[in-house]
Design a protein around this ligand. Structure first.
Ligand code: HEC
Ligand code: HEC
Length: 350
């Protein structure tokens, strides 16, 4: 063997014995920690999409993104600017102002118990919580950004790469993963600690006052009829109804804008009544500043039109006496959940 061949052999052997590539921190190595929501038994099961299971890391990332102004075009507005925790994640302003100083024609909706919704927005134009989160980022009246730019901005921040790696086993940041994380956080935003929840626990020792009980009875009676639409433990059927706000609907046509079906003119999504004390102003256009005004409307102001919901059998209103309105209001106030408003798990993480 000549010298050159020998050296070649030595190099070859050395190469073969070399340790395998020192493992780069392999992306697959991180296992996100699964989370199961611990909800009272009266709540229906929350259906979580198979491709977006809840994990501690996903929820933490979603929470950070919910408060992240980089999601807006000029870096000044986050989801939380229009969805404020002390207002049960809605905006106390009648119409929220977007980054360009423009406002829409609808009142912000509370982000609460959205994990049970498959149609979101007043007109149901979003299919699911993940889909919903794609809209405000690009809406010219809201965060007015471009998803590609948002993704580039997030990619430029090493701490975000790390958070995405922990949540999704890859540091690849995409629009899809961004909205998935936000949706995970939103699914944890459940209100279940109101007085009504405590009364519902048999043997729990919490009872309604006489006035609240009177309101409960009327709410759930054929005459009051509130329970048909604001139904179940979520206090919404998550469906769309015309509750008689307008005769002519020459303004916002609601569900019709999505379906183009004339039978849907003036139908809007039934809002939950949970935390209603903190979500003023009321209705899709925030036309009522107080609950008294809402009850005045249901008592005397219901307008008949071709799409008025048959459940609003009491056309014109249900003629509640002032005392009965007070009772219904007292009952509605038992849906207040201050634990939710003060839950540190939902605070801005920074
Ligand atoms: C400029 C204010 C503004 C910003 C910013 C904003 N929203 Fe909203 N949000 C609204 C308004 C207004 C509506 C109702 C719009 C409609 O129905 O057309 C709404 C509706 C929603 C709903 C629907 C709830 C339901 O019951 O159907 C969810 C969920 C939501 N927003 C989450 C978010 C998230 C997540 C972000 C951030 C990515 C965000 N919002 C940013 C104002 C805002
Ligand atoms: C036919 C279904 C239906 C019935 C019955 C009904 N509601 Fe509603 N309710 C709705 C819909 C739909 C909206 C939203 C309408 C809109 O904004 O255009 C609404 C809005 C509200 C709001 C405002 C919520 C918010 O966040 O803006 C309150 C409060 C309310 N209803 C209470 C009641 C009470 C109390 C009763 C019984 C007296 C009642 N509702 C009966 C469907 C119904």
């Amino acid at each position: 063997m000549n010298k050159l061949a020998f050296i070649f052999l030595v190099v070859l052997v050395a190469w073969g014995c070399k340790d395998p590539e020192p493992a780069k921190p392999a992306e697959q190595e991180y296992q996100p920690t699964p989370v199961t929501l611990d909800l009272p038994y009266l709540f229906p099961k929350m259906v979580i999409p198979a491709d977006n299971p809840l994990t501690e890391e996903g929820i933490a990332l979603g929470r950070k993104l919910f408060y992240e102004p980089m999601l807006s075009g000029n870096g000044t507005q986050s989801c939380a600017d229009c969805h404020m925790q002390n207002s049960s994640f809605t905006d106390p302003a009648r119409f929220s102002i977007g980054i360009d100083g423009l406002s829409g024609k609808r009142n912000a909706m509370p982000v609460i118990n959205v994990g049970w919704m498959d149609k979101l927005f007043w007109d149901g134009r979003a299919n699911g919580v993940e889909d919903q989160a794609t809209f405000p980022v690009v809406d010219p009246l809201e965060m007015h950004a471009d998803w590609d730019q948002v993704v580039e901005k997030l990619k430029a921040i090493p701490s975000y790469q790390e958070l995405f790696r922990k949540a999704f086993k890859t540091s690849g940041i995409t629009k899809d993963r961004t909205v998935k994380a936000i949706a995970q956080f939103e699914r944890t935003m459940v209100s279940y600690n109101s007085k009504t929840d405590k009364v519902a626990v048999i043997g729990g020792g919490v009872f309604y006052s006489d006035l609240e009980q009177e309101g409960f009875d009327l709410f759930n009676s054929e005459r009051g009829d509130c329970f048909h639409c604001h139904s179940g433990i979520l206090f919404t059927d998550n469906l769309f109804h015309n509750n008689g706000l307008d005769e002519t609907h020459d303004g916002d046509k609601g569900l019709f804008r999505v379906t183009n079906n004339p039978a849907d003119i003036g139908k809007f999504k039934t809002p939950t009544l949970r935390n209603i004390e903190f979500t003023a102003p009321y209705m899709h256009d925030g036309r009522f500043a107080t609950l008294d005004e809402v009850l005045e409307f249901y008592a005397t102001g219901v307008k008949v039109s071709s799409t008025l919901d048959p459940l609003m059998g009491h056309q014109g209103g249900i003629d509640m006496t002032p005392h009965e309105r007070e009772a219904v209001k007292a009952y509605l106030l038992t849906l207040s959940d201050t634990t939710f408003l003060n839950n540190p798990d939902f605070f801005d993480p920074d």
